[in-house]
Structures are given as C-alpha cells and as structure tokens.
Ligand binder design. Structure first.
Ligand code: 5RP
Length: 217
C-alpha cells in the first residue's frame, strides 16, 4: 500500500487523462499507483511512452501499449513524480535513476503534471541529493568537477541506469539559481543529465496529503 499522500496525488492525476490520449509516463512509486489506477479506471488511452524499463514493464502488464517517442512525436501530457519541488515548480528528480529519459519526455510534452506527497515540497531545492547521470569513464573527472563547484558527490553503488551509465548523488549544493546550476552541470563533459528540472519545470503540481486532500499548485 502506497503512502496515502502519493496515492491521493496519483488518483487526482487521472482526471487530466482524456480518452484516447497518448501519454508520457514517469517512474517511481507514485507513478506506479497512477499506472495501476489508470488501468483499473477503464479509461481508454492510445498508448504510452515510458521513462524507464520498469515503467514499460508495468504498463505492458496492464495491457497498455508502450510506444517509441521517435514515432509518437510531441505528447500532450506527461505524468511523473519528483523528489523535491520548489514554489516555482522546479524539481529535483532522479531518485529512481530514470532522470535522463524523464527529462527527454517532459521536454517533449506539452503539459507536465507532477504528482507528489506533501513531504516533497521545499522552499529551496537541494536537501535531497542531486542525482547526475554520468558516462562510466568520466566518473572520477565529473566527481572532481562537482567538488570544485562546492558539493560532495557520492557514487550510487551497484546502480546502472537503463542507459548503462552511473549515478553520482551530490550533497550540499546550494541551489538558489536552479536554471543556472542545471546548465552549469550539464556543461561538464561526461555528464548526460542532472536531476534539476528547472529549464523545463512542471506545469502543474498535484500535492497529496495524508488525509486524502489534494492541492493543485
Ligand atoms: C525517478 C524519479 C521519481 O519521480 C522520484 O524519485 C520520486 O519517486 P517516488 O514517487 O517513488 O517518491 O525521479 O527517477
């Protein structure tokens, strides 16, 4: 049984799904609730683009067709969770390691609805360690660059992304300018993506509370 806040946010997102929609679907425990609820709702969708192998498997297990983003073109709606959100709906994502595909699909979608429980809301991003997906050969180099930028990178042990890369979880960034930091980290050779979703923030945040209430932000 998922956390009640996650459950409430995920169920609220169903209201935004139109019949025959082509959906982008994120990754994580909140999204898993959404996928299961979507399947149980009987709503008919044309198919979904998945941000991870795990999400693709879950969608398929419910008989939902998984499509290639190269074939679908722009999507109307992307639904995904987050690890943190600030009041501008800029996010930290990637706790589940799917950040690169998530950022691609979010950017390729007209609307991005983010579903979170209340604990994910913060004033300033960065309490949650910022994940960075890095090509394996660049691990040490990128880690040194991150230290030079004032943060403390930690290698996520025994974790490979769906793209075959590694993750550095970075502690201690003071993220007062998320757009600038997102661009600066992405400019380090060997970085595939970082988990700041600031240039492409969410358009709508559905925040679930323990009592089942949902705030729309
Ligand atoms: C995966 C993500 C997830 O959206 C994020 O980690 C939140 O997960 P959960 O819904 O399990 O709390 O970015 O890469």
């Amino acid at each position: 049984m998922a956390h009640p806040g996650k459950q409430a946010a995920a169920l609220a997102a169903l209201e935004y799904v139109e019949n025959d929609a082509l959906l982008g679907v994120g990754t994580g425990s909140t999204v898993n609730v959404f996928i299961d609820a979507l399947a149980a709702s009987g709503r008919r969708i044309s198919g979904a683009v998945a941000s991870s192998e795990a999400t693709a498997e879950r969608l398929k297990s419910h008989g939902i067709e998984v499509l290639d983003l190269n074939i679908t073109g722009q999507l109307e709606l992307y639904i995904d969770g987050a690890d943190e959100s600030n009041p501008a709906l800029q996010l930290i994502k990637g706790g589940g390691g799917a950040l690169t595909r998530e950022k691609i699909i979010a950017s390729a979608s007209r609307q991005f609805i983010c579903i979170v429980d209340q604990s994910k809301r913060v004033d300033i991003l960065g309490e949650f360690p910022l994940p960075i997906e890095v090509l394996p050969m660049a691990r040490s180099f990128v880690a040194r660059e991150i230290v030079r930028m004032g943060a403390d990178p930690e290698f996520r042990e025994a974790a490979r992304t769906d793209n075959g890369n590694i993750i550095l979880d970075c502690y201690g960034f003071s993220i007062t300018d998320p757009i600038a930091l997102e661009a600066a980290i992405n400019a380090i050779p060997g970085v595939l993506t970082n988990g700041l979703f600031a240039a492409r923030a969410a358009d709508l945040l559905l925040v679930g509370h323990d009592d089942g209430q949902v705030d729309t932000v």
